[in-house]
Ligand binder design. Structure first.
Ligand SMILES: Nc1nc2c(c(=O)[nH]1)N[C@H]1C(S)=C(S)[C@@H](COP(=O)(O)OP(=O)(O)OC[C@H]3O[C@@H](n4cnc5c(=O)[nH]c(N)nc54)[C@H](O)[C@@H]3O)O[C@H]1N2
Ligand SMILES: Nc1nc2c(c(=O)[nH]1)N[C@H]1C(S)=C(S)[C@@H](COP(=O)(O)OP(=O)(O)OC[C@H]3O[C@@H](n4cnc5c(=O)[nH]c(N)nc54)[C@H](O)[C@@H]3O)O[C@H]1N2
Ligand SMILES: [Mo]
Length: 708
């Protein structure tokens, strides 16, 4: 099929990186005879400037991988075995529609169907449009998508009024003091990191606050290493020093905040550097110096990310840190203040796209509690059918052993729409093959810059792959839903763009020709320079009536972790190491963990320990060890990098279970305890123990390990 003009003719198609990452790079795909033969970053894109990360630079290998799923399949072996036979799309869609219709008619009703998705693609269309309409119209259970950013989103919103408004990354080169707080920026937001380096070249200092000497901490001028989950206490200690030493911005505080006096009284009486040092493990002198520099070296920026959110007190920690810019007056400057996410600047018409009011009211299931949902422990009817897309819960969800046990329930009907045979796919009754980003159309915002972007399809779908939206259209048709609710993708893009002032004059036609367009916001955008905040009071709420009404302390406070040996002696007897399991740079969550190139670059799973913790357990560099707690266990090689303090362990990377010895990853130990706000996940609030084991046999097949 020659769809692309003359044989041999090359054309360049503008695309967008679909990964769940703040950078949202613009890419240029070279297409020849219907094949994508080249892919590079777009040097014209203002934020990403032509540079792609080590994952997306090789995206064509993924698109054309021999491992792509290319046709629908039906399970033939036991659940989890990954044995399937090829079927036609008609057979697959009939099986799904038939089963869904039967569940809708059953005594349990449609709420026994649970959609399960996250951001395998960030595209507005393929991540949150017809899927939402379909499941709302069906009356299925609703999914609260809390696995990543919801605790901090809510905490930030209490303070500044809109969870996802923050400093303009394009202003970062002007900053003088830059803090990466719980953020591995050099790897997880690498284009922002380049702007930080630009600031450093102009004299700025880069600081990282992280219990782990992360790659970003290694490259920073100053690394502050608190105990996990103690960030709020550290921030309150900074406030103490700032007020005690008169470093606060009185004018900004008086004009633009609520509750400054109350907060000042609290921190002066309760958070003296000595007590904060005892909680955080950060010494008094560091706390004093950090406070002085943050206040004095303006513009200062706090890039706060996910590290501190994945603990029980994560919402309150973000809420507390988000007060600092108003106290030191850093919101006055472009690039200054705090940056959690930029996505709130976009006025996409999300409600029109997703239609939350469609269909009957239904229960909401928190996605972090998939284990409980599949075990029938949540209120409402038992889950009879699970439809997974854009997500790999068998590897990424907490309390993995219980998630897998749930997925293996014989009476559960599981549909998985995927590009690759993930651990989740192995548990499917019906597997549907998904298009890659080069094979479908999409519209993108970003959570790390301010551009609206258009992803044009570059090539025809491989094999029989279909996009998420195509599948929901076909299922809607089979279930007799109103066709006007399931229009084509161009119509959906127009609806999404018809949202509000920041999108004024941005049309599908312009996007098709320009590819990427900055939102209609100031060139020198500084959201709170005028001191007006989108809170109920119109000010930055250091004291929050809304929090009080919601049952929280209305003032910032410190909430200890759920699993901390110092506050949980009951657990500390058996499990004394706080395990952090952040992503590995070679993978994007569990995406790319099946790519031979990225797997070999990442190497075996590792667990980093302090010398003394290793020695007391008889462990040496390179030894295979088992990391375990009451929830489960996984294997990793001991790495003595000097990057963790005593009492902390780090197992980076979300490996695929079936591709590692032992057949499980770090989420076999993480818990489904929810964070204080937003129902957030607590992946890093996790006490474990570690013991030596024999090395895996050379010929031990990872998949036989899984099914042993
Ligand atoms: N290369 C790559 N980039 C990615 C991703 C990826 O998988 N790979 N994932 C993307 C996604 S979905 C997300 S959500 C973001 C995540 O982006 P980040 O938030 O930057 O990533 P993490 O590595 O999860 O967490 C950052 C750091 O927080 C630290 N940390 C853990 N506990 C605490 C704590 O209590 N306090 C403090 N201060 N720090 C703590 C960890 O040690 C880690 O170094 O990155 C996105 N970008
Ligand atoms: N222990 C621990 N656990 C974590 C984290 C951690 O740091 N530590 N991080 C958490 C975070 S921040 C996040 S965001 C989650 C991420 O968890 P997930 O959202 O599950 O992310 P991925 O592992 O990248 O899996 C996404 C899947 O979507 C598929 N996909 C991509 N595009 C499409 C498409 O167009 N259609 C369909 N149907 N499928 C597609 C990909 O092939 C991939 O398998 O994991 C969380 N889990
Ligand atoms: Mo995430």
């Amino acid at each position: 099929m020659r769809r692309n003009g003359e044989p041999g003719m090359e054309r360049i198609v503008g695309a967008v990186c679909p990964l769940d990452c703040p950078d949202t790079c613009r890419m240029l795909v070279t297409v020849q005879d219907g094949l994508a033969v080249g892919l590079r970053g777009d040097p014209q894109h203002s934020f990403t400037r032509g540079f792609l990360c080590q994952k997306m630079a090789r995206y064509l290998e993924r698109v054309y991988s021999p491992d792509r799923l290319l046709h629908p399949m039906r399970r033939t072996g036991p659940k989890g075995s990954g044995s399937f036979e090829r079927i036609s799309w008609d057979e697959a869609l009939d099986a799904i529609a038939g089963r869904f219709a039967a569940i809708v008619r059953s005594a349990d009703g449609p709420q026994a169907i649970l959609p399960y998705s996250y951001y395998g693609t960030m595209g507005k269309l393929q991540a949150s449009s017809l899927d939402r309409r379909f499941f709302h119209r069906l009356g299925a259970s609703r999914l609260d998508r809390t696995i990543c950013a919801s605790a901090g989103g809510v905490g930030y919103e209490y303070t500044v009024g809109r969870g996802r408004l923050g400093a303009d990354p394009m202003g970062v080169p002007k900053c003088r003091f830059i803090v990466n707080w719980g953020s591995n920026t050099a790897h997880t937001n690498s284009h922002l990191w380049s702007l930080m380096i630009e600031a450093r070249n102009r004299g700025a200092t880069i600081v990282t606050v992280d219990p782990y000497r992360s790659p970003t901490a290694v490259r920073s001028d100053w690394h502050i290493q608190p105990r996990p989950g103690t960030d709020a206490a550290l921030a309150l200690g900074l406030m103490h020093v700032i007020w005690r030493d008169g470093l606060q911005d009185d004018d900004y505080l008086a004009r633009s905040t609520v509750g400054a006096g109350l907060l000042r009284d609290r921190v002066l009486s309760e958070y003296a550097p000595g007590s904060v040092a005892a909680i955080t493990g950060v010494d008094v002198e560091t706390i004093e110096r950090f406070a002085h520099r943050l206040a004095n070296e303006q513009p200062s920026l706090i890039r706060l990310n996910y590290g501190m959110q994945r603990h029980r007190g994560g919402g309150m920690a973000v809420r507390t840190i988000a007060c600092l810019p108003a106290i030191v007056g850093s919101w006055r400057h472009q690039g200054g203040g705090a940056l959690l996410s930029t996505s709130g600047t976009y006025d996409f018409a999300m409600d029109r796209l997703t239609r939350p009011m469609l269909g009957p009211p239904a229960r909401t299931v928190n996605m972090n509690q998939l284990a409980e949902a599949l075990a029938g422990e949540l209120p409402g009817p038992p889950v009879q059918a699970l439809y997974v897309y854009n997500c790999n819960p068998a590897a990424v969800a907490p309390d993995q052993a219980r998630v897998l046990a749930g997925l293996r329930r014989d009476d559960l009907f599981v549909v998985v729409h995927e590009l690759f045979a993930t651990d989740t796919v192995d548990h499917a009754d019906i597997v549907l093959p998904a298009t890659s980003q080069l094979e479908h159309v999409d519209l993108h915002g970003s959570y790390g810059h301010h551009d609206v972007m258009y992803n044009a399809p570059a090539i025809a779908p491989r094999g029989e792959c279909r996009s998420n939206n195509e599948v929901f259209r076909a299922l809607a048709d089979r279930l007799g839903f109103e066709p006007e609710l399931f229009p084509d993708d161009a119509a959906l893009i127009r609806e999404a763009l018809d949202g509000g002032p920041s999108l004024a004059e941005i049309t599908l036609e312009r996007l098709e020709s320009e590819g990427s367009i900055r939102l209609k916001i100031d060139t020198e955008y500084a959201p709170f320079a005028d001191g007006v905040f989108p809170t109920p009071s119109g000010r930055c709420e250091l004291y929050s009536e809304r929090m009080k009404a919601d049952g929280f302390d209305p003032l910032p406070t410190y909430t200890p972790p759920a699993e901390d040996p110092r506050t949980r002696p009951d657990l500390a007897d058996r499990y004394s190491l706080q395990l952090l399991s952040p992503p590995r740079p070679q993978f994007l969550n569990s995406t790319f963990a099946n790519s031979p190139r990225h797997r070999s670059a990442a190497g075996d799973p590792t667990v980093e320990l302090s010398e003394s913790d290793a020695a007391s357990r008889g462990l040496s560099e390179g030894d295979w060890a088992e990391v375990f707690n009451d929830r489960g266990r996984f294997r990793a090689r001991v790495a003595l990098t000097g990057n963790v303090r005593q009492g902390v362990a780090v197992a980076a990377g979300l490996y695929w279970n079936k591709l590692v010895p032992g057949g499980s990853n770090a989420n076999s130990t993480s818990s489904t305890v929810l964070a204080d706000m937003g129902g957030g996940a607590t992946f890093f609030d996790n006490l474990v123990e570690i013991r030596a084991i024999d090395p895996p046999h050379r010929n031990e097949s990872p998949s036989s390990a899984l099914h042993a």
